[in-house]
Design a protein around this ligand. Structure first.
Ligand code: PMP
Length: 368
């Protein structure tokens, strides 16, 4: 008998659990993790090499612990694109927005505290809650995956969570949450506790609508989290960030590890931010491709959830996992997020999306 996890004195809440992980399979068309399909342009690759070379000369020293230059550039990007003035004091950065969320839960959640999310949504919110000892409450959604605001307000009043998650555009369903709904949940959260409201805008650059960043004005318990993994096409970089009242930035300093953002990460992110305009050009192409996937799937007779993201939720299936496998047999990897009846496909290059739509067409024919 081999020695395993259960033989170790791990925390009770981790017993019998599996780690987060979308399959990383070697198939021709990978449309399963909401990555950007376009590699970084060559001039940016050159610029990263230059900046990293400079950083390498100083790797004997710890990096800038407060990442001031990077946070300044991120604040400029937000100010320019979201039409709301954001300063360096409002921005904090970490290794992916997952780490941002972890730091927020370490600061505002933790043992004896709870967080609520409206599911199905980004499953890491619940997993990071578990990892930080924060109790998790699963809040309701309507059948069409929009947030049931009155039911959500009721759940907040009843459970009085310390943290409220709102993902917009939502993953895996793709739909955006209207500003009025977020405001209603913020009000409910303040009346109940008051608690922190985290708006996860990982996909906002792909949205038809605007960022909710202007809602930060006068709302110190609101946080907007962002990432360079999607719109900036830099999932491998691991750079996430948040915008909030300066007091929130001060608060997360209490839990961040010193020098958590390596000098190489900071240098690479700064290089990518110099090429924002080119990278956002790819976003426009992906939005067009996303809309083509929605129209193509509907034309084939599939149900599709309205999408403001770089992915599309489609269905409905009696056995979504069997359909997932059939699409995989045709060389296309999509995602089964465990939402009964539905699958999710990430917008890829035009050729990748054609391959996916061909597979979807074949499946319909098979069913006829
Ligand atoms: N939030 C949402 C809603 C996501 O879908 C993801 C990535 N799948 C993340 C946050 C985390 O992204 P990262 O850690 O790469 O910034």
């Amino acid at each position: 008998m081999s020695f395993g996890i259960d033989d170790l004195p791990v925390r009770d809440e981790l017993r019998g659990k599996s780690p987060y992980g979308a399959p990383q399979l070697d198939v021709p068309v990978r449309l399963n993790t909401n990555e950007n399909p376009y590699p970084l342009p060559e001039p940016l690759v050159e610029r990263i090499a230059e900046r990293v070379r400079e950083a390498a000369r100083r790797l004997n020293r710890y990096p800038d612990r407060d990442a001031v230059e990077l946070r300044t550039r991120l604040a400029e990007y937000l100010t320019k694109t979201a039409g709301h003035p954001v300063g360096v004091e409002n921005v904090w950065a970490a290794n992916g927005s997952n780490e941002v969320i972890q730091q927020l839960l370490q600061t505002f959640g933790g043992p004896g505290r709870t967080a609520i999310g409206f599911e199905p949504s980004y499953s890491m919110h619940a997993l990071i809650a578990r990892g930080t000892g924060t109790g998790w409450i699963s809040g309701p959604r309507h059948e069409d995956f929009t947030i049931d605001v009155p039911a959500a307000e009721k759940a907040i009043a009843e459970h009085r969570p310390d943290v409220v998650f709102v993902t917009t555009p939502n993953n895996p369903t793709g739909n955006a949450v209207p500003a009025e709904a977020v405001l209603a949940l913020y009000e409910a959260a303040q009346a109940a506790k008051p608690s922190m409201v985290i708006v996860d805008e990982a996909y906002v650059e792909f949205s038809h609508g605007a960022s909710l960043l202007p809602l930060l004005e006068g709302r110190p318990n609101l946080v907007v989290s962002r990432t360079m993994s999607k719109a900036f096409g830099a999932a491998g970089l691991r750079l996430g960030y948040l915008a909030a009242h300066p007091a929130v930035v001060d608060a997360v300093q209490l839990v961040r590890l010193p020098y958590h953002l390596s000098a190489v990460t900071q240098a690479t992110a700064l290089a990518a931010l110099e090429h924002t305009d080119t990278l956002l050009g790819y976003v426009e192409q992906l939005k067009t491709e996303r809309d083509r996937l929605v129209a193509g799937l509907r034309a084939l007779g599939y149900e599709v959830t309205e999408s403001d993201a770089n992915f599309v939720q489609f269905g409905r299936f009696e056995d979504s996992h069997a359909v997932w496998r059939k699409i995989l047999d045709r060389g296309v990897l999509v995602r089964d997020n465990g939402v009964p009846g539905w699958l999710r496909v990430t917008a890829g290059t035009p050729a990748e999306n054609d391959a996916f739509l061909d597979a979807a067409r074949d499946l319909k024919k098979e069913q006829e």
